[in-house]
Design a protein around this ligand. Structure first.
Ligand SMILES: C[S@@+](CC[C@H](N)C(=O)[O-])C[C@H]1O[C@@H](n2cnc3c(N)ncnc32)[C@H](O)[C@@H]1O
Length: 326
């Protein structure tokens, strides 16, 4: 518990430090949003709820020690990349990649640098920076949201030993956190990015079962194999036009009665009170498909592909939604 608070404080200080460093270097930096009292109250309440949930859920599993070297490397590369990143962001250049990156075999909607991050999802260095940036963005709470969301599955599982697939597994950190919550599960990682999956298997050796280097809509030869399929912060990065094809593949790949857990940002219908935060995220962070995501409720869309909504929980300004194959 103390380590968790320490982690949040560390990311908060680093967040301030990264901004100070940008200012001192004269880099283009957007001002932080200013919230009124009612908006602050919404965020404070959501944070308190998450921490309470985390306190309860953390009793059911052991988390690993903090990897200090990985953390320092993440901060170091984030600072080294800051100038490129902020200049690209200021120019709103979402198609800027290093020369050696080949994009032709990726789905066309993916051939851009989400968040204006250097090399998008297509280099190992970007994977290291990605992990650190996500925790900086959420001020050290991303791992809490993930673990509480994963633990939310527990009452719906028949056994500790099950087969699972994470789609949009990226750098492997969200999958590693899933393995901490369910150490006996056999977990496959799916992502179109070969570089991110290679990174995941390098930094977390002997942790996962296998890599599936594909976009989810391309997963065709997989039949009734997985008991659980899940994703974290991925649905909002897949254009809604592809969701139907993705859900068809999930449906095929899940065993009868299998579970689908989607952990992602809340959407407009979840609460009007959080629209200001979704607006800020959208304004400050380059997310090309977030507009559509906000107005396409997962709770309505997913059941139209043969799933039943069985549970839902808010996690700060994100949510975990569980569906079952019927
Ligand atoms: C925001 S990252 C999420 C990474 C990780 N799950 C986390 O919690 O931080 C989104 C990931 O989804 C992957 N992705 C994008 N489109 C996808 C698709 N159609 N099928 C599977 N993965 C996809 C990207 O390559 C990227 O690694």
């Amino acid at each position: 518990m103390i380590l968790t608070y320490l982690k949040i404080i560390t990311y908060f200080i680093e967040f301030k430090f990264v901004r100070l460093s940008a200012r001192l270097r004269g880099l283009p930096l957007n001002p932080l949003p200013k919230y009124d009292e009612s908006q602050k109250a919404v965020i404070n309440k959501a944070t308190k709820d998450l921490l309470n949930d985390w306190r309860k859920s953390s009793l059911s599993y052991r988390t690993s020690q903090i990897d200090v070297i990985k953390h320092i490397k993440g901060l170091w590369f984030t600072l080294r990349d800051l100038s490129n990143f902020l200049k690209r962001k200021s120019a709103q250049n979402s198609y800027d990649f290093s020369d050696d990156i080949a994009l032709d075999h990726y789905p066309s909607y993916l051939r851009r640098n989400y968040h204006y991050q250097s090399d998008g999802y297509f280099s190992k260095k970007s994977a290291l920076i990605y992990d650190h940036q996500i925790e900086l963005l959420f001020l050290g709470t991303a791992h809490l949201m993930r673990r509480v969301g994963y633990d939310f599955l527990r009452p719906h599982l028949n056994s500790d030993q099950f087969t699972a697939l994470e789609f949009g597994a990226g750098s492997g950190t969200s999958a590693k956190q899933f393995m901490e919550v369910y150490p006996q599960c056999t977990l496959d990682l799916l992502d179109p990015s070969e570089q991110y999956l290679d990174y995941a298997f390098e930094i977390y050796p002997k942790t996962f079962n296998k890599k599936v280097t594909l976009a989810l809509e391309e997963l065709s030869e997989c039949c009734e194999y997985y008991d659980v399929i899940f994703s974290c912060f991925t649905m909002h990065e897949i254009p809604c036009d592809y969701w139907k094809a993705c859900l068809e593949n999930i449906y095929k790949a899940l065993s009868p009665g299998g579970l689908l857990l989607l952990l992602d940002s809340q959407q407009d219908h979840d609460s009007e009170k959080i629209h200001f935060a979704l607006d800020d995220f959208q304004n400050d962070y380059y997310e090309p498909y977030f507009d559509d995501y906000r107005v396409t409720p997962l709770e309505e869309f997913v059941p139209s592909s043969g799933f039943k909504l069985i549970a839902k929980k808010n996690l700060l300004l994100s949510k975990a939604v569980i569906f079952q194959k019927v």
